[in-house]
Design a protein around this ligand. Structure first.
Ligand SMILES: Cc1cc2nc3c(=O)[nH]c(=O)nc-3n(C[C@H](O)[C@H](O)[C@H](O)COP(=O)(O)O)c2cc1C
Length: 358
């Protein structure tokens, strides 16, 4: 394929969704301050908020903080809830005892900690009027999709398989995010239990989706420079979504121990693990992650029970700057992440991608 249709496909995406460069910041719950999103949007991309952990009121506050900094577009991301988890008091006690080797005592009720109410989060999202709402772990319901359309909010749906992508398109998604297995953070598998068996790399998943879908495809997973962007566009993407490569920017402001460790992480040092939340996600293979993967470690409890049980350890490790027990999400191209301002990264990446595609 000649570069011309590749670039015109990206330009059509940009025109439709209000960008001047086809680069989306990945929504990153816990690592998406408004300053980072605004820097990406001001550089011509799209900012993002990962709102899974946010109270409804925080969503409006985040958008207000974003809008005071940037007139550009942003997406707000929500997790579609899983069915209620199976509880097992004995197994949870074993997990609590294991976790106490890596952090403080874990209260017996820690596993009861539930995320904010999804419907209330969705109401807050619609009221905040971002350019796009994005879903992960499942699909928005019909009534929710109608509300987005009425409000003029685009819907980007994350998919990890062709089947999920076709379901998203049929449900009215305006674009599908093809999440390759390289990606940092949680795996968006609709069926939580099947996530390990469906870890397709972006080079396989992206052209499969691009060849079968009518809606634009946004490539995510392991993209961290102009080469990756050019390759994704050639494989059929209309835009890219980047997470890990923004984590070392000053605007991301993540704990320095996490940011510094990314520079030395080989792709095989970034493990899929359920040890932090019970949902599969890719993180640095720290001491805790390795210990949790050992044959004699207690199996993680389902989401969100495991997330609640690990909260004391995660909080303490972040406060102490102790990487070994920190929740340090990362994609497999961590080593490419550079400690430079986000706008500079976006500009450099896009200039390099256009040169490669010319
Ligand atoms: C720290 C972190 C948190 C993330 N949180 C979310 C999230 O809340 N929702 C979501 O859809 N994706 C989340 N992701 C995935 C990103 O949005 C993005 O798709 C992914 O980072 C792309 O792969 P890369 O990390 O290799 O660039 C997260 C990723 C990271 C690194």
């Amino acid at each position: 394929m000649s570069p011309a249709p590749v670039l015109s496909r990206a330009e059509a995406f940009c025109r439709r969704f209000g960008l001047s460069r086809p680069i989306l910041m990945g929504p990153m719950a816990g690592a998406c301050p408004p300053a980072l999103a605004a820097a990406v949007a001001d550089a011509g991309g799209m900012g993002a908020m990962g709102a899974v952990l946010s109270r409804p009121g925080d969503i409006g506050d985040w958008m207000t903080a974003f809008r005071t900094r940037s007139g550009g577009p942003a997406q707000v991301n929500l997790w579609v809830p899983d069915p209620p988890p199976h509880r097992d008091a004995q197994a949870e006690a074993a997990t609590r005892a294991f976790l106490e080797r890596w952090g403080p005592a874990v209260p017996a009720a820690a596993g009861d900690d539930a995320p904010a109410d999804f419907d209330a989060q969705f109401d807050a999202l619609v009221a905040a009027r971002p350019a796009a709402a994005s879903s992960i772990m499942g699909l928005f319901g019909d009534a929710q999709v109608r509300r987005l359309k009425e409000a003029g909010i685009a819907w980007f749906a994350c998919a990890t398989t062709l089947d999920e992508a076709l379901r998203a398109q049929a449900a009215g998604a305006d674009a599908v995010v093809a999440q390759g297995a390289e990606a940092g953070g949680h795996r968006g598998a609709f069926d939580a239990d099947a996530a390990e068996r469906r870890l397709s790399g972006l080079f396989s998943l992206l052209p499969r989706l691009a060849d079968r879908l009518d809606v634009p495809v946004i490539a995510a997973g392991g993209i961290a420079d102009g080469r990756g962007i050019a390759a994704a566009l050639l494989l059929g993407a209309s835009a890219v979504q980047i997470g890990t490569a923004f984590l070392r920017t000053p605007e991301a402001a993540i704990p320095p121990a996490w940011a510094d460790a990314l520079a030395d992480a080989e792709p095989e040092d970034c493990w899929p693990t359920r040890a932090f939340s019970g949902r599969l996600g890719r993180a640095l293979a720290t001491g805790y992650v390795r210990a949790a993967a050992a044959a004699d470690a207690p199996p993680p409890r389902p989401y969100p029970v495991q997330r609640g049980l690990t909260a004391p350890m995660r909080r303490q490790a972040a406060a102490e700057g102790r990487l070994e027990a920190m929740q340090a999400w990362t994609g497999q191209s961590a080593w490419l992440a550079r400690p430079a301002p986000a706008a500079e990264l976006v500009e450099t990446w896009w200039r390099d991608a256009v040169r490669l595609l010319a």
